[in-house]
Design a protein around this ligand. Structure first.
Ligand code: ZN
Length: 612
């Protein structure tokens, strides 16, 4: 379970209390890779005292068990907690790490290693710099604790987290009295405090969440970058840093699940629509911009944004920023929105971002990662982009890989959601679960499918206690959306997996006269040495077949397309006699790209339309 809303008064759907057992399919393969390869690999990196990241060593120094200086990222504690969350959810023993974290904690509950190490040298540097990510570190500790408690490993961490949350609670009450606030960046602690409240039932943690959000209105000199230029309750569109935004709104959704705050729900609904209808990539990527001025500023008071949402329909492909964590934050927000408003469109987002962003952000062996997720790669760009254009073993800002590791552990819990007498299907995957609904219905369910390669999904229901329930199968957006009630005696559903050509809104300039190929929820791309001048036909017919790519069995596509016999090399050139010649085009699932050398890749491909 990722957010336990079973007792949340305003949740209309909940995640399952029971673990979903999942094996097989592409989801199973990616999870196996995460458990057996990605997590050990990341643990090695975070444990190595000589590595840049220095995360475990920072805890040892903070605990007084090793000498040295704080090194690595100020948000390294939080990233380490995310790794531990993945480990504990995969059933791995984290007790030695939990004890170390407890030994590193200050008497008053404070816990963030950079500041603790400084205080041991007589320097008081707590809460001096917003960009020290202290509350981000607290937040991921709380979320880790909730996961550990569910897996029977939470005793030590719960002591640590309660002390830490008490510290935040007292700090926030004081700040509210003084009407003085500094917004935290990447506010994972909103979700974390909500989960700690649900775990312990202690009202003060809900109060701390309320206070943390209320304090945002006392921020002076706020910026779009941190979503505090405009008061939270007046926000209606996605602005600024995409991870900060999705973490903020996921935490705000958690508050709505507990308090039913209608005004805040309006904020969330409006921002969500703005995001998915005007600012989201077809991959589920969020945050188009690298670094610059907020497009929503004015001429004189332009303020910096980075890793941020741009204007409506401003979605460039080569320079798409799309931090992996932003889409993972979007998934966390979507899962909470579904629990507030059980609409299949929120699961569609989770599905889109899982297959086309999260799976693309990590290599099939689990050991290489994208921080930013481009939709097009050309061999030469002619300008500097701050992130590598191929997956890397490590990079300095290493927040995304450990976020991916816990996401892979979370995946089975997106298979089902439940209402009082309803079981909703979420992401389709082969799995088994024991279901216990609020109306008393209990049964075992097994899901059998080769989705997303095959459109058939069937269920086997057994050990039913006779209390009636409904099984509502999600109809993906590509099949019209909504839910379809299945016959409990023969529950099955089938979706059309014929490849589809997708075009973008006319205002999305970069994709004008281009199309993207999708099959089911999977976005396809062309990946070749040279993609210049490639065209698809608007009436393209595809042949599909299974292929083994990087050790994974996937469906690949072929179609007859075209290529320009010359492409311009100057900024502007006469067309001359340029003409199209036929060419066969192969397409692979986008999440399998960058596994076969440094080639060109594109998702959006120019299209040659028929004439009526
Ligand atoms: Zn990240």
């Amino acid at each position: 379970m990722i957010a336990d809303t079973n007792r949340s008064p305003f949740a209309k759907a909940h995640m399952l209390s029971a673990q979903v057992r999942q094996e097989g399919g592409i989801i199973g393969r990616r999870r196996h890779s995460a458990e057996t390869s990605m997590i050990p690999h990341l643990l090695d990196i975070f444990s190595d005292p000589n590595s840049f990241f220095h995360a475990l060593e920072n805890f040892r120094i903070a605990a007084g068990e090793s000498d040295g200086e704080f090194r690595g990222n100020v948000y390294g504690d939080g990233d380490f907690y995310k790794l531990l969350e993945g480990m504990v959810l995969f059933g791995q023993d984290i007790s030695a790490y939990a004890s170390l974290i407890e030994r590193a904690q200050e008497q008053d509950g404070y816990i963030s290693t950079k500041q603790i190490i400084a205080s041991r040298k007589g320097q008081m540097v707590r809460h001096a710099d917003q960009d020290d990510f202290e509350e981000y570190n607290f937040g991921h500790l709380f979320t880790l604790t909730a996961a550990a408690c569910r897996m029977g490993q939470g005793e030590t961490l719960l002591r640590v987290s309660k002390k830490a949350a008490d510290y935040l609670y007292n700090r926030y009450l004081m700040a509210l009295k003084d009407k003085k606030a500094m917004s935290a960046v990447c506010p994972s602690h909103y979700m974390g405090l909500a989960e700690l409240y649900r775990l312990t039932g202690e009202e003060k943690y809900l109060s701390a969440l309320k206070a943390a959000l209320e304090l945002r209105k006392y921020v002076v000199n706020g910026t779009d970058d941190n979503q505090d230029e405009i008061p939270l309750y007046e926000q209606r569109e996605m602005r600024g840093h995409a991870v900060r935004a999705t973490y903020l709104y996921a935490g705000a959704a958690d508050l709505c699940l507990e308090t039913g705050d209608r005004a805040l729900e309006e904020v969330l609904l409006s921002c969500w629509d703005d995001m998915v209808n005007k600012k989201m990539y077809i991959t589920g990527g969020l945050g188009a911009l690298y670094t610059g001025a907020s497009p929503f500023g004015d001429l004189i008071n332009a303020k910096r944004v980075h890793q941020a949402f741009g204007y409506e329909y401003q979605l460039p492909n080569i320079t798409a920023y799309n931090e992996t964590c932003a889409s993972l934050g979007g998934i966390m927000w979507a899962s909470r929105m579904f629990q507030l408003f059980p609409d299949s469109k929120y699961i569609d987002f989770i599905e889109r971002a899982a297959y086309n962003l999260a799976f693309a952000a990590v290599s099939p062996d689990g050991n290489k990662y994208f921080y930013e997720n481009m939709l097009r790669r050309t061999k030469e760009v002619g300008y500097f982009l701050m992130w590598p254009r191929e997956r890397s073993d490590t990079f300095k800002c290493f927040c995304c890989p450990t976020n991916l590791s816990r996401f892979m552990a979370h995946l089975p819990q997106y298979a089902f959601f439940c209402g009082d007498d309803v079981l909703y299907t979420g992401l389709y995957m082969p799995c088994k679960a024991h279901i216990s609904l609020k109306n008393g219905a209990e049964f075992d369910i097994e899901e059998v499918t080769d989705y997303p390669w095959d459109g058939r999904v069937s269920f086997r229901i057994s050990a039913c206690n006779g209390v009636p329930f409904r099984l509502l199968a999600r109809v993906p957006a590509f099949e019209g959306g909504g839910f379809k009630e299945l016959d409990i005696n023969d529950p099955a559903i089938e979706f059309d997996m014929t490849p589809r050509l997708i075009r973008a809104h006319a205002k999305l300039e970069e994709n004008e006269s281009s199309v993207c190929v999708m099959r089911g929820p999977v976005v396809y791309c062309a990946e070749m040495e040279d993609l210049s001048g490639l065209y698809l036909s608007s009436n393209a017919e595809f042949t599909s077949g299974r292929a083994d790519l990087a050790g994974e069995s996937v469906v690949v596509l072929k179609t007859k397309g075209w290529r320009l016999d010359s492409t311009p090399s100057n900024l502007y050139e006469e067309v001359g006699g340029a003409a199209l010649v036929p060419e066969e085009i192969s397409l692979i699932p986008y999440f399998e790209w960058d596994n076969s050398g440094f080639k060109e890749m594109r998702i959006w491909i120019p299209v040659r339309y028929d004439v009526k």
